[in-house]
Design a protein around this ligand. Structure first.
Ligand code: NAD
Length: 493
């Protein structure tokens, strides 16, 4: 068992604060104790970041980028260890953890282009003898608060982008999965990042709030549940800070009657049950259009579902791991019970899964048919291995259904019709849309974010929006007297 410390000034900062236990959800063993930062620790981490930031912002941009190149090499060199930490802490399979790290690494690679990304904009001769340009300045010290379901990827959505823009960054990782983030702190130091530019403060909600409220924190990036996203947005924006707060999701996949159902079923299995359904881009609702589409889809889904294997005790020859904790297991089981009471048909009930491991936080995969929009399993983000099927008559019914939901993170359609795909992608109210692609997670050179209650704020995470979020624009308009001696009176512009 590890005794975790905060990470301040490129070294462990150990305190005598109260601790939480970080539990391996696959077997209930304690992996680490996690300190819950006091106000004093928060103040120390922020002061260290304030001190380091000005010098870092004045460091030439290609030198800031060099740290990202170094980090990229170190993450690749230590990827097996990072993957193992992600998997142990979160419970996801090694393959899933490897995929997560890869997506995070892609943001580091994007950030290596910092000199290009931060070039600014220039206009010659906006008036006689006058040039004007916009440059992008660092905000100062910025904060990231991250969720349990992506212990490395979500921190890596934020850290590289904030750092290349000249900010110092404080990370408050999920108290449930702090191990990979702690290792990233060590790797950043090894990559040459000056002390204080990246600090980690551990803790839960109280610590997060103390950080948000700190006068020297200029911006907050948050990823987590909608309840917390809304609260953080209100709290930080109310104090005049810049905020991007990404929340929960209920991603709909529309299955048209002409879809290649074998392909749709194969990809839905990964999208609904991969990561044990604990992904903000998981497909949790399949909306089947037409009379018999749902029945035909079920025939394709069931053999694949019945082959899914749960990992036991971090045995990684499996398709699904545990849920994060017993609270999550209880939530999923309760919602399955309610679905049955409310009239849905449980084609597969994960509570009855025959081979549930004896220890750990497990639920089997569930398929719930004949779900309607009034049922709790439709309205709530279940965040577990449950795929709900809703039956509708027309494409427009499916679009209206998805648009009426409070969340709008991602949505996708399976069809052979370009016209249907176009109608869907132009009308559906979601930030990320897939056509015959179940998890339309944007690449690092685009940006990630949802609509409606899946995002509070305006700019999305990473990519071009990341650069805009972590910088403030300054536009300079400049005139120099010509040698010929023209007047400088503004009336002559
Ligand atoms: P959570 O909201 O419980 O916690 C996330 C982080 O916020 C943790 O670090 C936690 O300590 C902190 N926190 C919790 N409540 C807070 C509050 N009121 N004020 C300040 N900080 C607070 O989320 P979780 O359970 O760790 O993660 C799962 C949720 O995250 C799901 O809803 C999922 O959809 C969402 N998620 C969204 C995205 C996205 O891109 N939209 C990505 C990943 C996860």
């Amino acid at each position: 068992m590890q005794t975790l410390s905060h990470w301040i000034d490129n070294q462990a900062f150990t305190t005598a604060e109260p601790v939480l236990e970080d539990i391996n959800p696959a077997n209930g063993e304690i992996l680490a104790t996690v300190p819950l930062a006091s106000q004093e620790t928060v103040d120390k981490a922020v002061a260290s970041a304030v001190k380091a930031q000005q010098h870092w912002a004045a460091t030439p941009v290609h030198k800031r980028a060099q740290v990202m190149f170094n980090l990229r090499g170190l993450i690749r060199q230590h990827q097996d260890q990072l993957v193992e930490l992600i998997s142990l802490d979160n419970g996801k399979t090694l393959a899933d953890a490897r995929g997560e790290l890869q997506r995070g690494l892609e943001v580091v690679e994007y950030a290596c282009g910092a000199p290009e990304l931060l070039k600014g904009e220039h206009s010659r001769l906006v008036a006689s003898d006058i040039d004007s340009w916009s440059e992008f300045h660092a905000l100062g010290v910025v904060l990231g608060i991250t969720p349990f379901n992506f212990p490395a990827m979500v921190p890596l959505w934020m850290i590289p982008m904030a750092l290349i823009c000249g900010n110092a960054f404080i990370l408050k990782p999920s108290e449930k999965v702090p191990l990979a983030a702690a290792r990233l702190g060590e790797l950043l130091a090894e990559a040459g990042l000056p002390a204080g530019v990246f600090n980690i403060v551990h803790g839960g909600r109280d610590t997060a709030e103390a950080l948000i409220d700190h006068v020297d924190i200029k911006a907050v990036s948050f990823v987590g549940s909608t309840v917390a996203a809304r609260a953080i947005y209100q709290r930080a924006a109310g104090a005049g800070k810049r905020v991007q707060a990404l929340g929960g999701a209920k991603n709909h996949a529309v299955i048209m009657p002409d879809a290649d159902l074998e392909n749709a079923a194969a990809t839905l299995i990964g999208a609904a049950f991969g990561g044990t359904g604990q992904r903000c881009m998981a497909i949790s609702v399949a909306v089947c259009v037409g009379e018999d589409t749902a029945d035909r889809l079920i025939q394709h889904l069931l053999p694949k579902m019945d082959e899914l294997k749960l990992s036991a005790d971090n045995n990684q020859q499996a398709d699904m791991g545990p849920l994060i904790d017993q609270i999550a297991v209880n939530r999923v089981n309760t919602i399955l019970g309610e679905a049955k009471e409310q009239g849905a048909h449980l084609v597969r009930d994960g509570r009855d899964y025959a081979m549930l491991p004896a220890k750990g936080c497990y639920v089997g995969p569930s398929l719930v048919d004949k779900v309607t929009d009034s049922m709790s399993c439709y309205q709530q983000e279940i965040f577990g291995p449950v795929l709900s099927l809703v039956r509708v008559n027309e494409l427009d019914d499916a679009i209206s259904l998805a648009n009426a939901h409070m969340y709008g993170n991602g949505a996708c359609i399976f069809t052979e019709s370009g016209a249907a795909a176009n109608r869907f992608s132009s009308r559906v109210e979601a930030g990320m849309v897939g056509v015959n692609v179940p998890l339309p997670v944007p690449m690092a050179f685009h940006s990630f974010g949802g609509w409606k209650q899946s995002l509070f704020g305006d700019l999305h995470a990473y990519g071009p929006d990341g650069v805009r979020f972590y910088t403030k624009r300054k536009t300079v308009t400049q005139r120099w007297l010509k040698q010929t001696g023209h007047s400088t009176a503004f009336g002559q512009l």
